[in-house]
Write a protein that binds this ligand. Structure first.
Ligand SMILES: Cc1cc2nc3c(=O)[nH]c(=O)nc-3n(C[C@H](O)[C@H](O)[C@H](O)COP(=O)(O)OP(=O)(O)OC[C@H]3O[C@@H](n4cnc5c(N)ncnc54)[C@H](O)[C@@H]3O)c2cc1C
Length: 180
């Protein structure tokens, strides 16, 4: 989260800019402008929030003990991110992100006001037992950071409906569930 006053005036967005999700190079950014700490929505007094979904630092997260095997242990505070990694991040940001997000990211990197959070997800091994099937969060709770749980749940429901529609005429519900 970056105070808008730290963003050069020419890059500041107008009123009610909403949320933006630009694509990078195999990665993407989530950017949103929110009210200032005092509730102000006046341009220049708001805050810019950004989250960069970077899939290139698995080795570093393991080296620093943030991830052991496939299990997340903890996040990495800005103060603990190696300077070389921050320099790389800054260069990559220059190649990827438009303003005002680039200015916000560079400010966060300069002040080390950022947190790296490992995201681990898993493929569930069992979704079905006899006439019972699990869908959505009950089957595979995704981390909120990916903002993908609702979509994943809808995909489950659609896939389940497809499988049932194909098999139900033959009357074999258990087979339909196994396909799902
Ligand atoms: C704070 C937050 C932010 C999120 N943001 C996003 C986002 O931006 N994008 C996104 O895609 N996903 C997001 N998600 C995830 C998304 O909301 C879930 O993945 C999705 O709602 C899962 O749907 P579901 O039907 O599996 O479970 P739920 O929506 O949890 O539905 C389960 C239902 O079962 C009911 N229930 C529980 N126990 C019983 C019982 N014993 N008897 C009867 N009913 C029962 C519950 O009351 C609930 O209504 C967010 C989740 C949270 C918590």
């Amino acid at each position: 989260m970056v105070e808008e006053q730290h963003i050069p005036k020419q890059y500041r967005l107008g009123p009610n800019p909403g949320v933006t999700m630009p694509n990078g190079m195999g990665d993407f950014l989530l950017g949103s402008v929110v009210a200032g700490a005092d509730g102000s929505r006046t341009v220049g007094q708001r805050r810019l929030g950004w989250a960069w979904y970077d899939n290139t630092e698995n080795d570093l997260l393991r080296q620093l003990g943030c991830v052991k095997g496939n299990v997340v242990q903890h996040s990495l505070r800005g103060a603990d991110i190696p300077t070389e990694t921050l320099d790389n991040l800054s260069n990559k940001a220059n190649q990827r992100w438009p303003q005002p997000w680039l200015a916000a990211i560079q400010h966060s990197i300069r002040t080390r006001n950022l947190v790296a959070t490992p995201i681990a997800e898993y493929v569930p091994e069992v979704l079905v037992k006899e006439r019972i099937a699990l869908v959505g969060d009950a089957a595979h709770l995704p981390t909120p950071l990916t903002a993908s749980g609702f979509n994943a749940s809808l995909e489950d429901a659609a896939t389940l409906a497809d499988c049932m529609a194909k098999e139900i005429q033959g009357g074999d519900a258990v087979k339909a569930l196994l396909q799902y």
